[in-house]
Design a protein. Structure first.
Length: 462
């Protein structure tokens, strides 16, 4: 995304004249029989999203979203990130059945305005943890929570275990199966999409964070997850997609499997009957979530990549990883983890949102002074945010400090402008193959290519 009049002038198709010298490209093809397609923007450019989740779970009601400020988006962009997954909560949007909070919608709109100002694309995520406030968390309103009187015991030292409490599991079943709750969820999404479909910052919608469900007696977790995804979550996504499309024909819809895929379990999701679906799994490992170190010998990254790419290859949809990042980044093997994770994500995805952009400890990307926490700096690489053409290969070598992009430029009817995002530092950008490089602002570079040219771009740390 390019700000202001410069964007309007450059995206129109015209013909450039000269090119600079560069070196060879790297190795992430976007073509071939079983290739995962790229996410694209309104100009048909191939997108790569790099960014962070932005949320405020601590405040609700009148104070909702008060923990999010313009600084979040200004600081993310300054470090080279142009994507945010924004957490919104159904319990704040619709505190009583059919009564939608105009104040909350205005606050979401204000946050989107900040994102637009700092050139950050936004995915609006209807977030839930352990279903919602009926169980001491955020998400689905208490009025939409039905438990049939089943028990719930809090697990304050292991909140994820609360998903397996009988009352929580039954609440998911009712959300998926009860006709009035189905309609309520669809109406909620119609309200959100109708309000924000024309906002320039909005890229798409994530109907529900980390959906779960109810296990049957004798059913193991992987089998249950595939059944729930196939029989309950897939129909839910089709219903929500229909509701969104009744008011918004263009934005992407990001669909998540259960978080069980984080352990390398293929999803049971079926086809979502919509032309703009993105597969949006999360990338978490149980041991690392508990604060443990990365174990390269366990081959978790390799197993995850193998499993998580099956769905997008079968259904020909892009992949964006909606959450990832371990709790304890200072463990001995975490430097290796980040390098291997970034390489893996670059092989198959159109991007990711780390957990999370906040200022402090734990999962926070940066400390109170805004400096990267240990090893988090490895997420800040040069990358092509938008490629005006077909990507042949793209990769960053963190040891050499070199990013290489090779692409076939779009024809005369397409956009000419490829946008690069650069993290802080002194970077040299060059291109060859009928292309011209412009540097309109710190942390940004534009490549203008002749229609149909085979372009090679090289970004080198000076």
């Amino acid at each position: 995304m390019v700000a202001g009049a410069l964007a309007a002038a450059l995206i129109a198709p015209t013909v450039p004249a000269t090119a600079n010298a560069a070196t060879a490209a790297a190795d992430r093809p976007r073509t071939g029989g079983d290739a995962i397609p790229a996410l694209t923007d309104e100009h048909g450019r191939a997108l790569t999203l790099r960014g962070w989740n932005v949320g405020d779970k601590a405040h609700s009601g009148d104070a909702a979203l008060s923990g999010i400020t313009e600084k979040h988006f200004r600081d993310m962009r300054a470090k080279g990130f142009g994507f945010a997954r924004l957490l919104v909560f159904w319990d704040d949007l619709e505190p009583r059945p059919g009564q939608y909070s105009e104040s909350y919608l205005r606050k979401v709109g204000r946050i989107l305005d900040w994102a637009e100002k700092h050139d950050v694309r936004v995915l609006i995520d209807a977030h839930q943890d352990v279903f919602g406030p009926a169980f001491g968390h955020r998400g689905v309103p208490a009025w939409a929570t039905r438990t049939d009187g089943l028990p719930f015991t809090p697990h304050p030292d292991d909140w994820f275990s609360e998903y397996f409490e009988p009352a929580v599991q039954r609440a998911f079943t009712h959300l998926y199966e009860d006709e009035d709750l189905r309609r309520a969820q669809a109406r909620m999404w119609r309200v959100l999409a109708d309000r924000f479909e024309d906002h320039p910052a909005v890229l798409g919608y994530d109907p529900i964070n980390e959906p779960m469900g109810e296990l049957r007696e004798g059913e193991d977790l992987a089998t249950a997850a595939r059944r729930i995804e196939r029989d309950q979550i897939t129909p839910m996504y089709n219903r929500v997609a229909d509701a969104i499309r009744s008011v918004d024909k263009d934005s992407w819809i990001f669909v998540e499997p259960t978080p069980i895929v984080g352990e390398g379990v293929p999803t049971g999701l079926g086809r979502i009957d919509d032309p703009k679906i993105v597969y949006a799994p999360h990338f978490y490992n149980g041991a690392m979530e508990a604060g443990g170190d990365y174990d390269p010998a366990a081959r978790w990254i390799e197993n995850y990549e193998q499993a998580v790419t099956l769905y997008p290859k079968e259904y020909k949809v892009p992949v964006v990883v909606g959450e990832w990042g371990p709790l304890n980044n200072s463990q001995p093997n975490m430097n290796r983890f980040y390098r291997e994770a970034m390489a893996s994500l670059g092989r198959y995805s159109s991007g990711w949102a780390g957990w999370e952009w906040c200022y402090g400890g734990g999962y926070c990307a940066v400390d109170g002074a805004g400096a990267f926490r240990t090893n988090k700096e490895l997420t800040a690489e040069p990358y092509a945010e938008a490629v005006a053409g077909t990507v042949r290969s793209a990769a960053y070598d963190p040891v050499a400090g070199v990013y290489r992009l090779s692409y076939d430029a779009a024809g005369r009817r397409g956009s000419r402008v490829t946008e690069l995002a650069l993290p802080p530092g002194d970077w040299r950008v060059s291109a060859r193959g009928g292309a011209l490089v412009l540097r309109p602002a710190p942390g940004r570079a534009l490549v203008l290519a002749a229609p149909g040219a085979r372009v090679t771009v090289t970004v080198t740390r000076r």
